[in-house]
Design a protein around this ligand. Structure first.
Ligand SMILES: [Zn+2]
Length: 483
């Protein structure tokens, strides 16, 4: 992502300004900056700290916080620079400012009452300059300083504090798992700490601009980053925007405020930024938040009962050393649901509501997710449409959430699946884990209760022709029970 531009300016990039320089810059501030005052708040700063710590502990449990010193110390340095210039009226001695990087790809960041801040790796990778990273962080930090989270919660006094804290994650993650977390709360109140109205947004923008200028950054970089976020659709931009709605004319008023805060030789691009960017580019791509949390959820629970398979324990990528399928077959009864015959050198692996048959070396874990490069997975997906093709379309959509490179079907063929009428189609994908192109043969049929029974055969594209007949044979062996 945009590496060419960055590399060009590698040698020319200024080294991060020293604290002395930052002080010198803050003294060049001119008058007429907007005066910001924190909104009414029924909570004490100590309660901010307590609520924020509770929520942060949950976040650390459920989201993959990076323990990569090069990345975290870089973000911490920016955070410290901003904290060092907090104006006296917004200093809260109780607050503890921490800065973590979450290894997920959405362009997002959030800060909790009392100081914990989480910056997504996707945000750092989408930024063009250090100033842009600092801009988002200055905005988030301003919400903390102005105590917007608890100010907002003050408006909802009939709810218990614990309920609000417990629902923070629901608001971060949204959708599927978030709904589970948020079940204890009503009316989406969990958004209290993170989702702000226009008035608070504008305050955070303006105070953020002040902090940036005081720390030696150009506040217009904040506006630039917001523009980048707004341009992103579908890959995580919207989450930040739904938590931090544009009050209108955001770019314009930030630019105007920046004019009152003239910063000479502002820090924009730095060597530290270049290094972190190229470091991140060398790591395996970050998963989506949904992928990451789905796995965290799995980690806690055991496998399904009533089957004889083992739960996956393998960690690390598939080794890639895969034996060809044995010519002899072995039959498995899976739960009370179906019977199937697979090559005798394939393992049965259970994972949540699916069972995968795959040879040694073809399965493993990537970014906390189970992956397989050769084999066949069988599962049942809840569906209420009572239409096989619609249900199959929906299944493919849900597979695509974990496999962003998955193609869409050009059409379906009729097939027999489990002795019933079904559909069959071939899709292509590029594995996120191995970077390899693979083909996927999908079979579906509808169970009597309307749910969708499916089998997904996966093989590398160049080996697919030798696996396709095998997938057909395995699926042909499936006997559905009680259906
Ligand atoms: Zn905001």
């Amino acid at each position: 992502m945009h590496n060419h531009d960055r590399m060009k300016s590698f040698h020319a990039a200024p080294i991060r300004a020293s604290a002395v320089l930052a002080l010198a810059l803050s003294s060049t501030l001119v008058a007429a900056q907007t005066k910001i005052s924190a909104p009414n708040n029924n909570y004490t700063p100590a309660q901010d700290v307590e609520l924020g710590l509770q929520a942060a502990a949950e976040v650390r449990q459920q989201l993959p916080v990076m323990r990569d010193d090069e990345v975290t110390s870089y973000v911490e340095d920016i955070g410290r620079r901003l904290v060092a210039v907090i104006p006296p009226e917004f200093q809260h001695p109780e607050f503890r400012y921490t800065f973590d990087v979450v290894n997920v790809r959405e362009i997002n960041a959030f800060a909790l009452p009392g100081g914990p801040m989480f910056v997504n790796r996707g945000m750092i990778q989408a930024a063009q300059t250090e100033g842009e990273v600092a801009g988002v962080m200055a905005h988030e930090l301003s919400h903390v300083l102005l105590r917007h989270g608890t100010a907002q919660a003050s408006k909802a006094t009939k709810y218990e504090i614990g309920q609000i804290a417990g629902a923070v994650l629901g608001s971060i993650i949204g959708g599927g798992w978030g709904q589970v977390v948020a079940q204890g709360t009503q009316f989406g109140l969990g958004t209290a700490f993170l989702r702000f109205g226009r008035e608070y947004e504008q305050q955070a923008d303006l105070e953020g601009a002040h902090l940036m200028a005081a720390a030696g950054y150009d506040p217009r970089d904040m506006a630039n980053m917001f523009k980048t976020i707004e341009k992103q659709s579908g890959s995580g931009g919207p989450q930040w925007l739904s938590d931090h709605p544009n009050p209108g004319n955001r770019q314009a008023y930030i630019t105007k405020e920046a004019e009152t805060l003239r910063v000479a030789n502002a820090v924009r691009d730095t060597r530290g930024f270049q290094q972190v960017q190229s470091h991140l580019a060398r790591l395996a791509p970050a998963p989506t938040t949904e992928q990451a949390t789905r796995n965290a959820r799995r980690g806690g629970g055991g496998g399904p009962t009533g089957t004889s398979g083992r739960t996956r324990r393998e960690t690390g990528l598939p080794s890639g050393r895969v034996e060809p399928p044995s010519g002899s077959f072995r039959s498995y009864n899976v739960g009370n649901i179906f019977r199937v015959s697979v090559p005798s050198n394939w393992q049965q692996l259970e994972d949540g509501n699916t069972v995968t048959f795959a040879p040694e070396g073809a399965y493993g874990e990537y970014n906390g997710q189970s992956v397989f490069t050769h084999g066949l997975q069988v599962g049942v997906e809840r569906n209420e449409t009572h239409n096989l093709q619609t249900a199959t379309d929906e299944l493919i959509d849900s597979l695509a959430r974990g496999n962003p490179n998955l193609s869409r079907p050009s059409g379906y063929q009729r097939a027999r699946v489990g002795g019933q009428d079904g559909l069959r189609t071939i899709l292509s994908n590029t594995s996120e884990a191995t970077g390899q192109r693979e083909n996927i043969e999908l079979f579906t049929t509808q169970l009597r209760d309307g749910n969708l029974f499916y089998a997904v055969g996966v093989a590398p594209r160049d080996a697919f022709s030798s696996y396709q007949g095998l997938f057909d044979r395995i699926v042909g062996s499936i006997q559905l029970r009680n259906y």
